[in-house]
Design a protein around this ligand. Structure first.
Ligand code: LMR
Length: 329
């Protein structure tokens, strides 16, 4: 496949594009908020390299990582206004634009990453993509970062009751807010690039995130306790401004789509491997106390968090909830 694409690329795009100025090249700016050494950071970089190779340098994807260009709360507006062409926000960050997407934030809704992919590829998922499309945003791919875990500075968390009174940072999602409130914890929305300092200055006690996000930001050194809870999913949508997309030559659209398809498959593998590797790192670091939840614990959490499902259903519709794997059989 790579060979075929390379052959196409050199036919369609003359080879001297390296010499072109920025005005003459087709520049696509891709902004994201995490580090380079994360499943999203690595995939964005790989996508940019392959596109450059396959278009002979004519299409240049410029990747801006670590919230360098836009941080949470800014990047979606920047995309809508055409200031940036591609972003890959965590799905929870779409809550304001298309709140129905918060269905993926529901705690213990999925046990396996594959179930999430099946859900978004099904009819209800297609409806969610269409809602974004109606807002002027096309989804190019779904990238993975696995499941979130809970870290905090105060005490080991085994049962939902252990969360009482603790203050957590959340992504901007009402469902995540309800998840914490339901078990007696406080929750406040902050941008990802603020989390380290918030913890360091003890403005918050804890946070929930995937292992790659925890480790790449060294949050495990700041926190005393981690619960390997796998309680909520964290994935990304790779989004492009629709008007910009529609204005691209067909051959550029084609090379973007085929390359992304290949990079996405790779990204899913990297996310899986990195989270496994990061768990070993946490287990070996002797820097944080680890609590694991067994099936009985998880059932208790599920029961305590059930009202969050009712909250979602009442606000955004039952159809999204009943299609979750948890309720399907
Ligand atoms: C977070 O804000 O915790 C995550 O969404 C960061 C990311 O993009 O993975």
């Amino acid at each position: 496949l790579i060979l075929i694409l390379d052959a196409c690329a050199s036919e369609q795009y003359p080879e001297d594009h390296e010499q072109l100025s920025e005005e003459e090249r087709l520049v696509i700016r891709f902004s994201h908020v995490v580090g380079e050494e994360t499943p999203k950071g690595l995939a964005a970089r790989r996508f940019a390299e392959l596109i450059k190779e396959r278009t002979g340098g004519y299409v240049e994807v410029q990747v801006f990582s670590n919230s360098y260009l836009y941080k949470d709360g800014e990047e979606i507006d920047a995309l809508l206004q055409g200031d940036v062409q591609i972003i890959a926000p965590a799905i929870s960050k779409l809550s304001e634009l298309v709140p129905e997407w918060q269905v993926l934030d529901l705690p213990f809704a999925f046990d396996q990453v594959e179930e999430v992919f099946d859900y978004v590829q099904g009819p209800v998922g297609q409806e969610l993509f269409a809602r974004l499309e109606a807002k002027g945003i096309k989804t190019l791919a779904v990238w993975d970062n696995g499941f979130k875990h809970i870290t905090n500075s105060q005490r080991p968390i085994q049962a939902p009751e252990d969360m009482a009174g603790l203050r957590f940072r959340i992504m901007p999602s009402e469902v995540l807010y309800q998840q914490f409130r339901q078990i007696g914890a406080e929750a406040e929305n902050y941008a990802f690039n603020e989390v380290f300092q918030l913890l360091e200055h003890e403005h918050i006690d804890g946070q929930e995130n995937t292992l790659s996000n925890i480790i790449s930001r060294n949050l495990h050194y700041l926190q005393n306790y981690i619960t390997i809870s796998n309680h909520g999913y964290l994935g990304y949508l790779v989004l492009i401004n629709r008007a910009f997309w529609e204005g691209l030559p067909e051959e550029v659209q084609d090379v973007i789509l085929t390359t992304l398809e290949e990079v996405t498959e790779w990204q899913h593998q990297v996310a899986k491997e990195m989270n496994e590797q990061n768990l070993q790192e946490i287990e070996a670091c002797q820097c944080i106390q680890i609590t694991y939840l067994d099936e009985e614990d998880r059932e208790l959490w599920r029961q305590h968090l059930q009202p969050v499902y009712q909250y979602y259903e009442d606000k955004y519709g039952k159809q999204y909830v009943v299609s979750l794997p948890r309720f399907k059989n």
